[in-house]
Design a protein around this ligand. Sequence first.
Ligand SMILES: Nc1ncnc2c1ncn2[C@@H]1O[C@H](COP(=O)(O)OP(=O)(O)OP(=O)(O)O)[C@@H](O)[C@H]1O
Ligand SMILES: [Mg+2]
Length: 350
Amino acid sequence: MGLFEEPRATILLRPEVLDTDYIPDVLPHREAQMKEIASAISYALDTGHSSNIFVVGPPGTGKTASVRYILRELSSYSPLTFQTYINCWVYRTRYSIISFLAKELRIPVPRRGVAPDEAYDRIFARLNDSRGAVIVLDEVDRLSRESTDVLYDFSRLHEFLEVPTVIITIANSESFVYRLDPRIYSTLFSRKVEFSPYTVPQLKDILRERAKIALAEGTYDENVIGLCAAIGWKRGGDARAAISCLYEAAVLAEREGADRITPEHVRRVEGLIKSSRHESVDPKFIPIVEILRERGELTVKELYEEYVRRADKITLRAFRNYIKELESLGVVETRRLNVRGYVRAVRLRE
Ligand SMILES: Nc1ncnc2c1ncn2[C@@H]1O[C@H](COP(=O)(O)OP(=O)(O)OP(=O)(O)O)[C@@H](O)[C@H]1O
Ligand SMILES: [Mg+2]
């Protein structure tokens, strides 16, 4: 075997299927919730009446996956409907959300920026050319406290548009809505679709579906599935934890040259599993996300200098480790800018 060749995968045939961003073709045990969201959308598009939905549930209960699945279906069912997905953990301010929307609608935004009112006028004009608009605000509870005014803007969107709108907000809990203006609450958050923690049998069904596609036949059994499901259940009925567990166990088994995954492999990786996507995202990383959001792609050095200015005087070496960590969490991506690979550029992952 050549020096750079990887040994051939024997267990994990399609690792991307166990990625947390992967949207499977079937989402067991979420049929009712997906149907409810989809019918609210088709009702709005068919009747012209706007309606909004608040999707709420603990981490790993399939909220993002279900809504993205619906958007995917919608794009083939109604291609003239404008749809967009905004993660408010990444776009945390009113300004960044407006700029993002403008970009999605291919509205040129001058470098000096535009006043929100002016940007909104152009956004409304574009939206009125579509059949309707479906806008998803995921992790809406992560908006910074000063930025909830963007929710007020969204709650009034239907007043300025001739086409129907559906705003889908997603959050882990309801508690943050209590500090919002009652008018925002009643328009955006009063219709709730709840995602409850998965039970062990439900997690097993989810794991079996994923394992069937991702793993080679005969490399896992019901004990492995059951153990991963139990771990996901212990973490609060979290499918992300259950799936990551299966993934890590498969990687470990493969690395050790085993021909199958055993419960022992699962037990050994249990400690590595993080329940929530952001559980491990330290607040010290937030300025990095903010700088990249404002300035787009930067070299590590430029980003570092700005970080030191805004946040904390750490060493470049420590900062490189921050970037590595954010990359492994899937928040940023990096690429080499020169052949030797000394200069790397960093940007937010879309
Ligand atoms: N019913 C399901 N069938 C198949 N896979 C699922 C199901 N529910 C969740 N998953 C998978 O579990 C992982 C976590 O799901 P998702 O990202 O939708 O969780 P979430 O509810 O948005 O969590 P969070 O609140 O932390 O954002 C994803 O990989 C997703 O594909
Ligand atoms: Mg989510």
